[in-house]
Design a protein around this ligand. Structure first.
Ligand SMILES: *[C@@H]1O[C@H](CO)[C@@H](O)[C@H](O)[C@H]1NC(C)=O
Ligand SMILES: *[C@@H]1O[C@H](CO)[C@@H](O)[C@H](O)[C@H]1NC(C)=O
Length: 531
């Protein structure tokens, strides 16, 4: 028995030792889009890669110097930080983000494309990025390109220059247009578009709207956005690449995509092995809170506390003054303590139970046992934190996937979602009291939390595994869907359907003709008989 066990271990050992371990790989990471929340995922990934012994060179919109990643981390900082909100205000006449709730999805898509193109150009112009593009030595400099799956496609041409495979990360998780690049069909009947406020159970009208939005995006990318991004690629890579690749083709060569999502926050949908859900990568064991916050939350006692943050883009301080007074009146009338992320600490007279701070360690606060409600804009990272620490949520979504995240949370029975413009004192107070006193919300989020945390392997390990996998095998063409090489009419089987229709029509015609002939000869027969 013992001998057999030993033999088994030796065999398994021999089997796995044939896999080369990837050590000290040289990774080029491009995270040029200056979205603060996006860096929660990027920073976690960079730290995990460096801690796994890899050398990372990162083109980045924000410096990670204060993370102390050590000598194996090299930073190419994009300076100055591109102010894309300026473009938003210019193009859409929104004075501040509270007005974005009025933006249509089509405007929103247009906005993403504009800021994507602008930030990409801004980053590509940087002398240090130019030096990377025009480098004399390319052989063996890098083993892999890591890029963000977010309107930054021109950077994929770096993989052509250095002849390396690509892994991308998507901070938004699954998106409709990914089926184009991964060669799969996303059924619009039950997969809601990321910007639509739908769940996977849609009414007829919702399915109409969902199909329209999804088709619109697919065609808009191909016909409107890609030509513009192709032009950027040509402008910056035309002098070094004999043949400048098209965005559409570069996207179809991505080896693996790491997605910021995970069940049950994403519902079941078609996928391929190359799309790997790693949602929750930014979650670490809670750290000690700053002393003032710790004291404030400890002192909340049995009544508990409410944590309020609208994220890094929507600033609470820009809230219309009458709305701010409304929030403060309601908070002042509660027994709970309220901790509010508020960018202007000189807000003035506050109720005794309210504390505001410019900056708050959100995940660590949500981990505090007294926090009973999380008032959130419903961003994906915050939603994951709320779910991870099982804190029922009051959602006030503004744009993008926030509506979708909150709708899902409402359907899951662990959140109440309010439309910002229609919040009244009664609605706000009632919603908060329900979330605090009605046990169903806590029970539901506890169950969802348990499922979200249940993984074969922690998400950061999963991400590093797949990055090393792609490096080990020099790409992952074996996981690439052959659907990518078909014509669109072959892909959707339209040729086969046309063939089947022809056979059926020809068959019916043949039968009809045969009957006519028979009946005709029969009539003739009878006629001749009469005569
Ligand atoms: C940096 O990377 C090299 C090569 O992988 C490795 O030998 C070294 O230990 C790393 N240094 C640190 C500080 O992690
Ligand atoms: C608790 O919340 C659930 C779900 O919203 C609701 O159906 C139920 O009526 C609530 N119970 C009370 C006592 O308000």
């Amino acid at each position: 028995m013992k001998f057999r066990l030993l033999w088994g271990i030796l065999l398994v050992g021999a089997f796995y030792s044939q896999l080369e371990l990837v050590e000290g790989a040289k990774i080029l990471a491009v995270y040029a889009f200056p979205g603060k929340s996006h860096f929660m995922m990027h920073t976690a990934l960079m730290r995990e890669l460096v801690e796994s012994g890899h050398q990372v060179t990162m083109i980045t919109a924000f410096s990670l110097q204060k993370e102390h990643l050590g000598s194996n981390y090299t930073e190419i900082l994009i300076e100055p930080v591109y102010d894309f909100w300026h473009d938003v205000k210019l193009n859409f006449g929104a004075q501040h983000l509270f007005e974005l709730t009025r933006m249509t999805n089509y405007d929103f898509l247009k906005m993403l494309e504009i800021i994507g193109l602008k930030t990409t150009e801004h980053a590509l112009k940087q002398p240090k990025v130019q030096a990377l593009i025009h480098a004399k030595k390319i052989e063996g400099v890098f083993d892999l390109l890591l890029a963000e799956q977010f309107y930054q496609e021109a950077f994929l041409a770096l993989a052509k220059i250095y002849k390396i495979p690509v892994v991308t990360t998507s901070t938004l998780g699954y998106e409709n247009h990914m089926s184009q690049m991964m060669g799969l069909i996303t059924p619009w009947s039950f997969v809601p578009h990321g910007f639509m406020p739908f769940t996977d159970r849609m009414s007829f009208l919702e399915r109409v709207k969902n199909s329209y939005a999804s088709l619109y995006e697919d065609l808009d990318r191909l016909l409107n956005y890609f030509p513009k991004m192709d032009a950027v690629t040509r402008e910056f890579f035309g002098s070094v690449l004999a043949e400048v690749p098209k965005v559409k083709d570069m996207e179809r060569q991505i080896s693996v995509m790491l997605l910021n999502s995970h069940a049950p926050l994403t519902t079941a949908r078609p996928t391929v092995d190359a799309m790997v859900p790693v949602g929750g990568m930014h979650l670490y064991p809670p750290k000690a809170l700053p002393q003032d916050m710790q004291t404030f939350l400890d002192g909340a006692g049995e009544a508990g506390a409410i944590y309020f943050s609208l994220g890094s883009n929507v600033q609470s301080k820009d809230m219309p003054p009458e709305m701010m007074r409304l929030f403060l009146r309601v908070f002042g009338s509660l027994q709970q303590r309220v901790l509010w992320k508020f960018e202007d600490e000189s807000i003035g007279q506050l109720p005794e139970n309210v504390m505001v701070r410019k900056w708050l360690p959100q995940a660590d606060i949500l981990a505090h046992r007294h926090v009973k409600v999380f008032i959130t804009h419903g961003g994906l990272f915050g939603t994951q934190e709320g779910v991870h620490y099982a804190v029922p949520m009051l959602g006030i979504p503004f744009y993008c996937d926030q509506h979708l995240n909150m709708n899902k949370a409402v359907l899951g029975g662990y959140a109440i979602s309010l439309h910002f413009q229609s919040i009244t004192e009664e609605i706000l107070r009632h919603s908060l009291l329900q979330l605090i006193h009605n046990a169903t919300y806590k029970e539901n989020i506890q169950r969802v939390s348990n499922i979200f945390r249940d993984r074969q392997q922690p998400p950061r390990r999963t991400a590093v595994y797949w990055i090393e996998y792609v490096i080990r095998h020099g790409g992952a063409p074996h996981m690439r869907s052959a659907g990518l090489d078909l014509n669109w009419f072959q892909f959707y089987l339209l040729d086969v359907i046309a063939f089947a229709v022809v056979i059926i029509v020809v068959g019916i015609l043949a039968i009809w003709l045969a009957i006519r002939l028979l009946m005709g000869s029969d009539k003739k027969h009878r006629k001749t008989k009469k005569n």
